[in-house]
Design a protein around this ligand. Structure first.
Ligand code: UN1
Length: 509
């Protein structure tokens, strides 16, 4: 099973060049900042990276553009995002190619990521006419209370390699209709897709007459991100990545009284109850755990199975795992592409060695693949590990396709195990028992920002708010009323009575 012939690094360069040309982006070739592909593990291009002066310039320009953009009517701002959405539709295939080249996603998932960008643009265009504030009944005669939502300022977006384009679009489409401008520091691992996104947005701005500097891209390392974190002109820092990164960013932004929106690690679990539809559960679990080679923040990492069905479920999962086609993500038969880097493979092996030392038993997978064909790439079989308890390794997020399987007897016990990890992003229960489902969704059930029934932990739609609790960081992005994080509310008291009436019956003068 699995594909063997990988494209060459030259093939990948040609593809990347073609896609970038189609979207109108040029490659700032010549520097020593590397674009690379996990498909072969080799470098594609050397790029010029942003300097400290570039970062300063970008923030200053975005701040300047904000001064015009904030007074542009929101539905007019929506026209920019509508145009962006059209361009993303026209170039969905080019964007998907770049996502595959740089993040190693299989075709269907790469197209899905581009679809997610299109969807959030549609959502944001509608939102541009729905930035509602409330009117509040005043305690005083002849008074009215209102809440007005104003643009916030420059938003610094720091994004991760695994959703190199969609997470940018969630933040950017919403920020732009909210009247904010954006400076983006993408992952060092995905500069090319970032160039493509920035080129399309620049074109949308030209086409709709929006200020050019509503968006600036900064390619560079963490020093560039730190400038956004520490710059008081950056009103909101929206950062997606590891808990380690968030632990730095959150307090630093708070120290200057800036706002941050953090979307950090997950350690997502699914409970499989005795009444579960096992066909549905198996399919959902395999996608959630092995899809994207285990590199979504919503990836399923822990399976809590009722004792009575554990044997059956585990043998069905083992069978499915051993059949997973692993290899070239451009090959349409492949379901599991490469890990992002050799370091990710080391992290996975390290976790597996530790969990085995702690009594874990590997049920399926775990071997490296294609090491001869691509010695610098990191192809690996998704792995299923039986564990008796949630040791430190199980409680940690390892960004690789490892699924830990535990058993439980009572639902209360399952929920205790479920919530007994530091992270709180996504969760699921598979059951046909309505009482169990509702209990899982209740205040004493899952403690995550996302809780699902009969569907896996990953693959959320953009219409809902996305994010989680505890070490996941608490932020909410994307749909629902996540837009409020990108605006500042003002409470207005309007006196039309012609007399002074003080609140709380205070008298004075
Ligand atoms: C992420 O992994 O950072 O719910 C985002 C999902 C996708 C987004 C994941 N819509 O899996």
């Amino acid at each position: 099973t699995g594909t063997t012939a990988l494209p060459t690094t030259d093939d990948l360069r040609t593809r990347a060049r073609a896609s970038l040309r189609h979207v109108g982006a040029s490659i700032p070739e010549g520097g020593d900042f590397r674009a690379r592909s996990p498909i072969t593990g080799e470098d594609l291009f050397g790029l010029g990276a942003a300097t400290a002066a570039d970062a300063e310039d970008a923030v200053a320009a975005a701040r300047e553009a904000f001064l015009t953009w904030r007074t542009t009517p929101a539905p007019r701002r929506g026209e920019l995002v509508r145009r962006l959405g059209e361009l993303l539709r026209d170039h969905q295939s080019d964007l998907a190619d770049l996502i595959t080249v740089e993040a190693g996603k299989i075709r269907s998932e790469a197209l899905g990521e581009a679809q997610e960008m299109i969807d959030i643009c549609d959502f944001a265009v509608g939102l541009s006419r729905q930035l509602y504030g409330r009117t509040i009944a005043s305690e005083r005669p002849g008074h009215r209370l209102a809440e007005t939502w104003h643009p916030l300022g420059v938003v610094g977006v720091i994004s991760a390699f695994n959703f190199p384009a969609a997470v940018w679009s969630w933040n950017t489409a919403v920020a732009l209709v909210c009247g904010d401008t954006v400076v983006w520091k993408p992952s060092e691992l995905t500069p090319l897709i970032s160039l493509a996104c920035a080129a399309l947005l620049a074109r949308a701005a030209r086409d709709t007459g929006a200020p050019r500097d509503v968006h600036r891209l900064l390619l560079g390392d963490s020093a560039v991100g730190e400038r956004l974190v520490d710059d008081p002109r950056v009103a909101l820092v929206s950062a997606t990545g590891s808990t380690r990164m968030g632990r730095e960013v959150g307090p630093r932004v708070a120290a200057r009284f800036g706002r941050s929106l953090l979307e950090l690690g997950g350690n997502n679990a699914a409970v499989v109850a005795p009444s579960a539809d096992l066909d549905l559960a198996v399919q959902s679990i395999v996608f959630a755990a092995a899809g994207t080679a285990g590199q979504r923040c919503t990836t399923l990492r822990r399976l809590l199975v009722h004792r009575d069905i554990a044997g059956t479920l585990v043998s069905r999962l083992t069978a499915a795992y051993t059949k997973l086609p692993i290899g070239d993500p451009f090959d349409e038969n492949t379901l599991v592409g490469p890990l992002i880097s050799a370091a990710a493979l080391d992290g996975m092996r390290d976790a597996l060695a530790r969990v085995q030392a702690q009594g874990g038993e590997i049920l399926a997978g775990g071997d490296r693949r294609l090491a001869d064909a691509a010695p610098r790439a990191a192809y690996v079989e998704p792995v299923l590990v039986r564990v008796e308890e949630q040791t430190d390794v199980v409680r940690r997020e390892t960004f690789a396709p490892i699924l830990y399987v535990l058993t439980y007897e009572t639902l209360e016990e399952a929920i205790t195990l479920h919530n007994d990890v530091p992270q709180g992003l996504s969760s699921s229960i598979f059951t046909r028992d309505q009482r169990e489902a509702e209990y899982f969704l209740s205040a004493e059930g899952s403690d995550c920002g996302i809780a699902n029934v009969n569907i896996g932990t990953s693959g959320a739609e953009i219409g809902g708010a996305f994010g989680g609790e505890k070490e996941t960081g608490g932020g909410r992005e994307s749909g629902s009323d996540a837009w409020r994080a990108y605006m500042r509310p003002a409470t207005n008291t309007i006196n039309y009575s012609g007399r002074l009436a003080l609140a709380q019956n205070v008298s004075f003068l």
